[in-house]
Design a protein around this ligand. Structure first.
Ligand code: FPP
Length: 251
């Protein structure tokens, strides 16, 4: 998959029709560590700058037609990082939720989360529960935080949920189809992502939204996440508007 070529993409005319509109945008916010290291800063400063980039995207998203923004904030694999970095990330999450929830609420943003939330430490879990309750009524944008999230773990948890229903005699195994399975996932009720952006030049899915991305379009950029801004977002959406989605058919 080629990386997005900034000048060529930038030269394209904006072609954002309603048919080419991204309702659900998913982002892998990668490159925070490298951004900090290049500046001789501790990695945590890269994550802090990453939160600023997230704030820019959240502010721009509703005006660009986006209804759901799912961001990979902490994966099931991120526990393998040094404890100091894990603690810093959890601390930033709590700080972000406490500091930003009132402003997000004022912007009409509803905070939701996917992932194995029971596996989060008590403080981030409590901050998240508060932020979700506080913004429950907001309708302009869903900011969906993937926390302690892994696509395989989500699929296994969904399978277990359905298996329990079968074992209790409440579900016929033959009634399990794709819709029923999708309804057991953390993303139940949300549309599938139309577009997935990955920052920092990496070209992989890293266990993000494995089921949901079956037909999602990808846009890869070498821009490190803390440098990502509205112009990058517009470039990605314009590129998407020029794609033809065929879902395995002939279009
Ligand atoms: C990847 O960069 C990023 C993460 C593991 C976490 C993303 C988190 C944030 C943007 C901030 C926290 C989010 C919220 C909502 C509070 P990396 O560290 O893997 O970068 P590298 O590949 O350059 O080392």
């Amino acid at each position: 998959m080629p990386l997005a070529n900034k000048p060529a993409e930038a030269a394209r005319p904006a072609a954002r029709s309603s048919a080419g509109r991204v309702r659900h945008l998913a982002i892998i916010m990668d490159g925070n560590g490298r951004w900090a290291e290049r500046r001789g800063l501790p990695r945590v400063e890269g994550h802090r700058a990453g939160i600023e980039a997230l704030r820019r995207v959240v502010e721009a998203a509703p005006g660009l037609g986006i209804e759901v923004l799912t961001v990979y904030a902490f994966s099931t694999e991120n526990w393998r990082r040094p404890k100091a970095e894990v603690d810093a990330l959890m601390g930033l999450l709590v700080e972000f939720l406490h500091a930003e929830t009132p402003a997000l609420k004022a912007q009409g943003v509803r905070i939701q989360a996917i992932g194995d939330l029971a596996g989060l430490p008590p403080q981030p879990r409590a901050a998240l529960a508060w932020a979700m309750a506080e913004t429950r009524e907001q309708k302009r944008l869903v900011l969906n935080l993937a926390l302690n999230y892994g696509g395989r773990s989500e699929i296994v948890r969904a399978a277990r949920k359905l298996a329990r229903e079968v074992a209790a005699g409440r579900l016929d195994p033959e009634a399990i189809d794709e819709d029923r399975f999708a309804a057991a996932l953390d993303t139940a009720g949300l549309p599938e992502p139309d577009l997935l952006i990955r920052a920092s030049g990496e070209e992989r899915l890293s266990n993000f939204l494995l089921w949901q991305c079956a037909y999602t379009e990808f846009w890869l950029t070498s821009t490190l996440w803390p440098d990502f801004d509205r112009s990058d977002l517009e470039m990605a959406l314009d590129a998407y508007a020029n794609r033809q989605r065929r879902y395995g058919g002939l279009g």
